[in-house]
Design a protein around this ligand. Structure first.
Ligand code: ATP
Ligand code: MG
Length: 278
């Protein structure tokens, strides 16, 4: 409630003022990243710079994912560039790409140079996709297994991949040519016998979207099929990424406000003031 919020806020300010890192971390990290971001936005630059030194890149990444991307530039500009690059590397690739698209090209290039190669390569690949396509909103942190694995092997694999995966509800199945051939839900994995093969349990009729598909169409499919995520493939059915339902909600919001602007523009023209015959 409000009083509790006020108390937390007082403690956080206190900790910052007195340079009490442990107290700050204890109070701040207790909050949901959404609420952390709201606090962050209200602070002066100097205080934010103090906070960057109190938090890990991963912790700052969680906060940044909840800041409005239109307003995020100053935050990354005020960070130490190496730290900023680490923050990007810790973010979901789709979020990192969305934010990098808001920054100027030189700055993006310099972050990518500092970043370690794997993280930079993944982000570079995603930066190439055209705006408002499936490729531009997908993330590359998905779980994939081979059709010939046993359930037991797949579960072991899933356990190692889970910490970094965008979702673990669906595991996608690829064949020897790395083509998408199936999908299996966490529920199905858990209720299957350990020695069964993935190929026996997987759903072979995988609904997927192609990487160039319009994001609005992707949103429609997620809504119609009721999946929590959809796989994104190239023209040869190679799995490139996934789009999760939370990203689709952002798309719907964006498209709705685009449509609204168009509508407003149309009604402007028709308004009596602009009408030459009025
Ligand atoms: P159910 O609703 O059948 O009880 P669930 O709640 O565990 O399953 P859902 O998210 O509802 O999981 O997914 C339903 C089924 O759809 C799962 O069996 C899953 O394997 C399958 N599925 C997930 N993604 C896809 C996809 N892209 N194409 C086809 N099937 C999929
Ligand atoms: Mg279900």
């Amino acid at each position: 409630d409000d009083q509790e919020r006020q108390e937390v806020w007082t403690n956080i300010k206190d900790a910052l003022f007195n340079d009490h890192i442990d107290q700050f971390r204890a109070e701040f990290l207790e909050l949901h990243p959404y609420d952390q971001a709201r606090i962050f936005e209200g602070l002066d630059k100097e205080v934010r710079m103090q906070i960057y030194t109190y938090l890990s890149p991963e912790e700052v990444a969680d906060v940044m994912e909840h800041i409005d991307y239109d307003e995020i530039e100053p935050f990354f500009t005020e960070m130490d560039p190496t730290f900023a690059a680490q923050v990007f590397a810790e973010m979901s690739t789709d979020d990192a790409v969305d934010i990098l698209n808001e920054l100027d090209k030189d700055k993006v290039a310099s972050f990518l140079t500092i970043m370690d190669d794997d993280a930079a390569d993944e982000i570079k690949d995603l930066l190439h996709y055209e705006e408002k396509t499936a490729g531009s909103i997908m993330t590359t942190e998905f779980v994939v297994v081979k059709a010939g694995m046993t359930i037991k092997e797949a579960m072991v694999h899933l356990r190692t991949e889970a910490p970094d995966a965008e979702t673990i509800y669906y595991t996608y199945v690829i064949n020897e040519d790395k083509r998408l051939v199936g999908v299996i839900s966490l529920r199905d994995l858990i209720i299957s016998e350990e020695e069964w093969l993935i190929s026996d349990v997987m759903n072979e009729r995988v609904v997927s979207v192609s990487v160039g598909e319009d994001q609005e169409e992707v949103a429609r499919m997620v809504r119609d099929y009721d999946f929590l995520a959809l796989p994104v493939v190239d023209f040869q059915d190679h799995l490139l990424g996934i789009i999760t339902v939370d990203d689709i909600m952002d798309v719907m919001e964006e498209e709705a406000s685009d449509d609204y602007s168009k509508l407003a523009a149309v009604s402007d023209v028709d308004s009596p003031d602009d009408n030459a015959f009025a």
